[in-house]
Write a protein that binds this ligand. Structure first.
Ligand SMILES: NC(=O)c1ccc[n+]([C@@H]2O[C@H](COP(=O)([O-])OP(=O)(O)OC[C@H]3O[C@@H](n4cnc5c(N)ncnc54)[C@H](OP(=O)(O)O)[C@@H]3O)[C@@H](O)[C@H]2O)c1
Length: 298
């Protein structure tokens, strides 16, 4: 299949490029600058991420996978929040607008969203049919999804992937957490009772490709492992994987001081299950946190 990616240079995108090329797919990517580390078989096309992408780059592709977005894990100043919003909502609007103008349109748009869509929800079991939550990230995800869904107006199949915390080697949340855990100073966040959805990077890239390839799949799929865990269970599994104790909880006030508004997201609780993802026939290769973390920290 011929793919066009946005956000291909990122943690998820670069792994997806490797996966697609390994499977014999062809890859084009739109980005702000050419990546030196991506496989040179992936063809680069310049796009600033907020204006209309060059139409000829989308003209010959079958599947568009939209992953671009300003990183969430930084202190949320007013400017940063604006970039988080615009790079997703405006970027997706322009991408869909370009697709609208083409005579030969791609058959599918697989567009990233996040479990942040659900907001803070305590112990409530959340499926793809659960209502949107409240807060900045829920608003961003909701508007981001609405822009992607507009592609259905002109016959393009749209799949929205609500992504949980992605665990993979050499990047993302695990890279940030590994050093404190290896030093034996890792610990649960707050009281650790909050539900903490996660997915192995390999399962996520598999799911993105699955969504593009399967013409019967549409609307929302939760990209989160099928066995939800709390932050305390995650902390225990991390400590076991690196053979170190994890006895020092990080109190909420310390997270507030360190992360500002982002702290609310870090200790937020979302008990997400991939109900539609599994019903669609997707098989998770890494459903258990213990085994996943042992493999990733080897
Ligand atoms: N990683 C996770 O745990 C996680 C969890 C939930 C949802 N997600 C979502 O999944 C997507 C991919 O995540 P990721 O971890 O791979 O992200 P990432 O490593 O931060 O990469 C995102 C990509 O987006 C582009 N980008 C960054 N800032 C931008 C801006 N201001 N304007 C336009 N483009 C910008 C960059 O591509 P170029 O430099 O090539 O333009 C970058 O490579 C993101 O949308 C993210 O919100 C990720």
């Amino acid at each position: 299949m011929n793919y066009l990616l946005t956000g291909a240079t990122g943690f998820v995108g670069s792994h997806l490029v490797e996966t697609l090329l390994r499977e014999g797919d062809s890859v084009n990517y739109l980005g702000r600058k050419r990546s030196k580390s991506l496989d040179s078989r992936a063809a680069f096309h310049h796009w600033d991420g907020v204006s209309l992408p060059p139409l000829e780059t989308i003209a010959k592709v079958e599947a568009v996978v939209n992953l671009a977005g300003e990183p969430i894990s930084q202190r949320w100043s007013k400017d940063v929040k604006q970039r988080i919003y615009d790079s997703r909502v405006e970027g997706t609007r322009q991408l869909v607008q370009a697709m609208r103008q083409l005579r030969d349109k791609p058959s599918v748009l697989v567009s990233a969203s996040a479990v942040g869509y659900y907001g803070e929800r305590g112990d409530e079991l959340l499926t793809e049919d659960s209502r949107v939550g409240v807060g900045f990230l829920a608003d961003v995800c909701s508007d981001w999804e609405k822009e992607a869904l507009r592609a259905r107006e002109f016959g393009v199949r749209v799949v929205l992937i609500r992504i949980a915390m992605v665990l993979g080697k050499n990047g993302g949340a695990l890279k940030q957490m590994l050093t404190p855990f290896r030093l034996g100073i890792g610990g649960k966040f707050g009281n650790g009772q909050q539900w903490m959805p996660w997915i192995h990077l390999e399962d996520l890239t598999g799911l993105l490709r699955f969504a593009a390839q399967n013409s019967n799949v549409e609307k929302v799929l939760n990209a989160s492992a099928p066995n939800p865990i709390t932050n305390a269970e995650f902390t225990h599994a991390m400590a076991e994987a690196v053979h170190r104790p994890a006895i020092m909880p990080v109190p909420k006030f310390a997270l507030d001081a360190l992360l500002g508004e982002l702290a609310g997201f870090v200790v937020g609780s979302q008990r997400v299950v991939p109900a539609r993802t599994q019903a669609a026939g997707f098989q998770f290769r890494h459903p258990e946190i213990g085994a996943a973390l042992r493999e990733l920290t080897r």
